[in-house]
Write a protein that binds this ligand. Structure first.
Ligand code: GP9
Ligand code: MN
Length: 646
């Protein structure tokens, strides 16, 4: 007797799952550029639609009646979600998120027209399987009997197993995928479009509930705190860079121990060393990164908002819908035009969304660079071709400009292509540490090249240049090798804290600089810079203090609540003497700073988690509207509406 397949709901269910699975996988291949690097990623891309297909279509098995119709409707809705993502991606090179849907409500008119132009008659392919299912349901599976709940339970169990297997493999390839949530592209690549949508919805619900509970009275405490902690500008430097251009450079993973470090008698970063001692640059040698899981993006956030990043997750990803009063927006009022240059794709760290909230007019991302095999490594452009190709774009900007360059070559695991490094690797028994010297040397040469180009085109004399290491490059996992690098018997808690030092350089034309020993962190750069440009920060909600001010708070906190100061260092609630590294005899010496650190983090978290800046308008500041900005890439118009820069 032939098997009565057409009599089983499970067969109809299996066909639905398989059709949908194949279709989704085909869409991944045809429509999205997900940057698949290895076989594991290929495999994950293939299996990732399965868990959501099993789960969503399995839900229909819960119903005694109308199971087929519910399955088909679910199939149509999920196909529609996929297709919406495809159309959106064709234009924006990005995936739909909850905030995008919210915005669509306000821009629906314009969006309808442009969406239509992105569709093609061949797109019917993305719904053919729905049509096949309808035909099968009517012609073949027309005599189905009842489902039973047991099949639902089995399917659910299967779906969860597949999901956990998928997530486990994804975490193996990309640790902390969900907690750090680097990039939408990555989440889709590893977990699939449907799981990504669920993840995104959960993140948004979490975020908006914190926001919803806040009201305008919550800002009062923060305002009072701010008034009490404001450090007045130093009259010697205030306004010394008025009207000048600003060029920030984020030196990827660059730690301060590298400055003046000699490997077998050879300086690793001779150019940056020369800046540190040239007498015309401020070089801060007790300056600390304060980043959390958002790494580079957290550093950017600190530097341009003078707020602390989040203790978990990246503020760029989770709080990009907040109101900010960031430096590009502030300087817009002083006639500045702003731009970011970065040789990675714009969705990484959700930059294309966050930069709108910060008020960046332009974002030159990977699409503006020749991302050839030869020019790229790891996350994107190698520093030398990156700076070379950036020059004409920088020169095209209307002055005065405020710009940020984010380098990439000195990124973990610091591997170099042989043709890019003539510098010897270290010999410390640890590949990562050994390679760090080579990639830092390459970055140093790239910086020298950039400075030479700036001098050649005259921008050097008209620009304040700020260079900073974004965060550590060598983690505690490499302490064995670091002992040898530093020539110490043990990496004590205080040495470990000192390894969080990153260099900060500020060069102001016609201002004499010098080595500065005051303690500070990334949160302090914004008031320092704004005061140099002649903008008093008194009315801005900042948590840092001007490094050049006489009233500068001489300590730096870490995002986990530890801190460093000239006298004491607190790690894990233990108090150490900074100069000796010994446990402090009298732990109360840490108490005073400890209280300040806890309050600072708590107040800053209030602002960020509850989106309090929406209730506050600094004197003389004109708020910006993130919806006025769009970064469409070289073919589109990468300019803020109404603020055309070039
Ligand atoms: C990626 C780059 C590196 O675009 O900024 O990010 P990181 O991993 O250092 O945060
Ligand atoms: Mn980084």
């Amino acid at each position: 007797m032939p098997l009565k397949l057409n009599n089983s709901y499970m067969t109809f269910f299996a066909i639905t799952v398989v059709l949908f699975w194949i279709k989704t996988y085909a869409a991944y291949q045809i429509e999205f550029k997900l940057g698949i690097d290895n076989n594991l990623q290929k495999f994950l891309l293939f299996i990732n639609p399965l868990s959501s297909a099993l789960f969503f279509f399995g839900l229909a098995l819960l119903f005694k009646k109308g199971t087929k119709i519910i399955m088909i409707v679910t199939h149509f809705l999920l196909s529609f979600l996929l297709y919406a993502n495809i159309v959106y991606y064709r234009f924006f090179n990005d995936f739909i998120t909850v905030p995008v849907i919210m915005q669509t409500k306000t821009n629906s008119g314009q969006l309808g027209d442009s969406a239509f132009s992105l569709m093609s008659p061949f797109d019917i392919f993305y719904f053919t399987d729905t049509i096949i299912l309808i035909i099968l349901a009517m012609k073949v599976f027309n005599k189905l009997t009842e489902t039973n709940k047991k099949s639902f339970k089995i399917v659910l169990l299967f779906s969860i197993t597949v999901f956990l297997f998928n997530l486990g493999l994804a975490e193996k390839d990309r640790p902390q995928l969900l907690t750090r949530s680097f990039d939408r592209n990555y989440l889709v690549k590893y977990l699939g479009t449907y799981n990504f949508t669920i993840y995104d919805a959960i993140q948004n619900i979490k975020s908006s509930s914190q926001r919803a509970l806040a009201d305008s009275s919550d800002i009062t405490d923060v305002e009072n705190y701010r008034k009490a902690n404001y450090a007045q500008p130093n009259p010697v430097y205030f306004g010394k860079a008025k009207g000048m251009n600003v060029i920030y450079v984020s030196l990827e993973s660059f730690q301060n121990f590298m400055i003046d470090y000699k490997l077998n008698g050879q300086e690793v970063t001779p150019f940056l060393n020369s800046l540190a001692h040239d007498g015309s640059t401020f070089y801060f040698d007790n300056f600390y990164h304060q980043t959390g899981q958002g790494k580079t993006s957290d550093a950017e956030f600190l530097m341009e908002n003078s707020l602390y990043p989040m203790s978990q997750g990246a503020v760029f990803v989770n709080k990009a819908q907040n109101t900010y009063q960031a430096t590009p927006a502030i300087l817009k009022g002083a006639g500045y035009n702003s731009a970011v240059f970065h040789g990675n794709y714009k969705t990484f760290w959700n930059r294309n969304v966050m930069y709108k909230a910060l008020g960046y007019d332009q974002f030159f991302d990977a699409e503006y660079y020749s991302m050839t095999e030869e020019n790229t490594k790891n996350y994107g452009m190698k520093d030398k071709p990156y700076f070379k190709e950036s020059m004409p774009m920088l020169e095209s900007l209307k002055q005065p400009f405020y710009t940020k360059f984010i380098t990439l070559s000195n990124h973990f695991p610091f591997e170099m292509d042989p043709q890019d490094s003539d510098f010897p690797a270290g010999d410390f028994g640890d590949t990562v540490v050994n390679q760090y010297f080579q990639s830092a040397h390459y970055m140093d040469e790239a910086m020298q090249q950039f400075f030479n180009d700036l001098k050649a085109d005259g921008l050097y004399d008209k620009s304040v240049i700020v260079l900073y290491g974004d965060h550590y490059g060598i983690s505690e996992n490499h302490n064995e090798a670091m002992k040898k690098v530093l020539g110490v018997d043990e990496i004590t808690p205080t040495i470990n804290a000192q390894l969080q030092e990153v260099p900060l350089f500020i060069h102001v034309p016609n201002v004499k600089g010098s080595v500065q020993h005051q303690y500070g962190g990334e949160v302090d750069v914004r008031p320092t810079l704004l005061h140099l440009l002649g903008t008093d920060t008194k009315d801005y909600m900042e948590f840092g203090s001007d490094l050049l001010s006489k009233q500068h708070q001489n300590w730096a906190l870490f995002r986990n609540g530890d801190f460093v100061s000239p006298r004491v260092t607190q790690i894990n609630e233990k108090c150490y003497s900074t100069p000796t590294g010994e446990l402090a005899v009298d732990a109360t010496t840490c108490k005073d700073i400890d209280g300040k650190v806890k309050t600072a983090l708590q107040m800053s978290d209030e602002v960020v988690y509850k989106d309090l800046l929406r209730f506050y308008k600094p004197n003389g500041y004109t708020p910006i509207n993130p919806n006025d900005y769009e970064y469409l890439g070289p073919k589109g118009s990468n300019t803020a509406k109404g603020t055309k820069g070039n």
